[in-house]
Design a protein around this ligand. Structure first.
Ligand SMILES: Cc1cc2nc3c(=O)[nH]c(=O)nc-3n(C[C@H](O)[C@H](O)[C@H](O)COP(=O)(O)OP(=O)(O)OC[C@H]3O[C@@H](n4cnc5c(N)ncnc54)[C@H](O)[C@@H]3O)c2cc1C
Length: 498
């Protein structure tokens, strides 16, 4: 049996539990196929190890461009190529689909699940790069009405909700109804994602869709960006924040700062201002881009190691990114709390490369590298076509130059040559022209998430248990085949039986 092969667990004997067979080589398990997971795996390509990446999606997601999928600029395939394809030529790497539910630091195993199948993967070294999810600050019920922006599902749902709102407004207006609530779009959270999203919805309404409808004028649409903070883009400083706010307002975005969202429902949301006043905004399409919560695996690791968690659920790691008492376990990216490092792609990429180098170095008997040092390459946010802000070291850049920098950096980091080519074409369609290449959306995209949540056993309710299908269906299929054969053999086809 080759390394990484999967075999039924003889000790357990249960049909749906399998154990990944290990080879004699050092086994590295990587949890997650995001920035940390993918770059960590790739950095181990020349090491004398077997790498098993366990991730709950089969793609690598370029999260910074999710808003462009949501607003019809790019397709999901362009920002989420299959991890298997990216790693196809890396012979020491294997990709396994599954959501990791348990990490046993004593037994050195990772347990994952997919559709009722359980997989146990042993490791010698572990890189945990499971990222972060959306935080609703204790109000998880808001999620039903205001999806976050963390996954392809989120982006496609939002695409459906945004374009769907215009469709419903057209229908309502043609019947003479008030459709203001359908033509009001609210983005919660004025960080880079919220700013980018609000800017793009405004461009859609005021530029792309203006000729497509008959009963409504999309130019009348309101796009509102709300945040409890006193300025937009707080990490970019006051000056760039003010510049961004001005440009957003020029685009037709209403910016409401100091506005805390206190309630969200199907039809709208309530914001409370610092002076104690509150306002209800009627808006069917809402986007939540306000907060992040580290992956719950962090809590599990904290319980086993005693390492503290911060308010966002990020785990405190040693300066070399390992867990206290477990030098073979590295945690990287959005899950860690170390020296106030930001939750950005470069922290995950550099951390994962550092961990991979450390694992390789240990096997070669090299001395430890010393503490992980993050090199800040700068931050940027796009506001609309030809307008962006960027911070590189002490430099503060705005306008077209920042936008061009954004373009080059995103093209460079977008995975795969074919994705870069098609992304450039689609950007030309949207930024030079007025079109959007990816406006397709369906009812399923809008409602599937909530519908699945309402199934008691989730997706498991929609598939048979392992083995169940064969047992139940084999007899049925055999009986049907026997009946078909009998009808033919006895020449009874076309003969009236009743
Ligand atoms: C909308 C948006 C825009 C952003 N824009 C920027 C930007 O412009 N610039 C920037 O630098 N950063 C940006 N970021 C932040 C950046 O994307 C993250 O910091 C980065 O992705 C973190 O990398 P990571 O590897 O820690 O986590 P991720 O990239 O999130 O990867 C986590 C991986 O773990 C998998 N996973 C999660 N739970 C499990 C589990 N239990 N079992 C198995 N697999 C699991 C996920 O499927 C995923 O593959 C943005 C983030 C978002 C959401």
């Amino acid at each position: 049996m080759a390394a990484g092969d999967i075999a039924p667990d003889s000790a357990d004997n249960s049909a749906d539990r399998t154990v990944v067979q290990r080879s004699d080589r050092h086994q590295v398990v990587v949890i997650g196929s995001g920035f940390g997971g993918l770059f960590g795996t790739k950095a181990l390509r020349k090491a004398d190890v077997d790498v098993t990446m366990v991730a709950k999606t089969s793609h690598h997601l370029f999260q910074p461009l999710l808003y462009q999928v949501a607003t019809g600029i790019l397709s999901e395939g362009e920002i989420a190529p299959p991890t298997r394809e990216i790693l196809a030529t890396q012979k020491n790497a294997q990709v396994l689909l599954g959501e990791v539910t348990d990490v046993d630091l004593e037994q050195r195993t990772v347990t994952s699940h997919v559709l009722g199948r359980e997989l146990v993967t042993p490791y010698d070294s572990l890189i945990v790069a499971a990222g972060a999810g959306q935080s609703y600050f204790g109000n998880d019920h808001f999620a039903e009405f205001a999806p976050g922006m963390k996954s392809i599902d989120d982006a496609l749902e939002l695409r459906g909700r945004i374009f769907g709102a215009f469709e419903m407004a057209e229908l309502g207006a043609s019947r003479g109804e008030n459709v203001d609530h359908l033509l009001t779009f609210v983005v919660v959270g004025a960080g880079p994602t919220g700013v980018e999203m609000a800017g793009q919805i405004a461009e859609l309404a005021h530029r792309t869709l203006t000729r497509d409808f008959r009963a409504i004028s999309t130019r009348q649409a309101r796009v509102i960006l709300v945040d409890a903070a006193p300025q937009v883009l707080p990490p970019f400083g006051a000056k760039l924040g003010r510049w961004t706010e001005e440009k957003l307002e020029k685009l037709g975005v209403e910016v409401k700062t100091g506005a805390l969202v206190s309630d969200v429902d199907e039809r709208g949301l309530v914001v409370k201002y610092k002076d104690g006043s509150s306002e209800r905004i009627e808006a069917v399409a809402k986007v939540w881009a306000a907060g992040v919560q580290a992956n719950p695996l962090g809590k599990q690791l904290a319980e086993q190691t005693g390492a503290p968690l911060d308010r966002a659920g990020r785990i405190a790691v040693n300066p070399d990114l390992t867990l206290p008492g477990y030098p073979e376990v590295f945690v990287v990216g959005d899950m860690i709390s170390l020296d106030n490092l930001p939750g950005v792609a470069q922290v995950a990429i550099q951390g994962a490369k550092y961990a991979a180098k450390e694992i390789d170095g240990r096997l070669k008997g090299k001395p430890a590298q010393g503490p992980f040092k993050y090199f800040d390459k700068g931050s940027m946010a796009i506001i609309s076509r030809f307008r962006a802000v960027a911070m590189v070291g002490k430099l503060r850049i705005t306008g077209v130059l920042a936008w061009l920098m954004w373009l080059v950096v995103h093209l460079f980091y977008l995975t795969g040559f074919k994705n870069r080519v098609t992304a450039v074409l689609r950007w030309a369609v949207s930024f030079i022209g007025t079109g959007r290449s990816e406006r397709t959306s369906t009812e399923q995209q809008i409602f599937a998430r909530v519908a699945l949540q309402r199934l008691a056993r989730g997706t498991k309710e929609l598939v048979s248990e392992p083995g169940e299908f064969e047992e139940r269906r084999r007899a049925e299929l055999e009986a049907r085949a026997a009946e078909e054969a009998r009808l033919s053999d006895e020449n009874k086809r076309g003969v009236k039986t009743g």
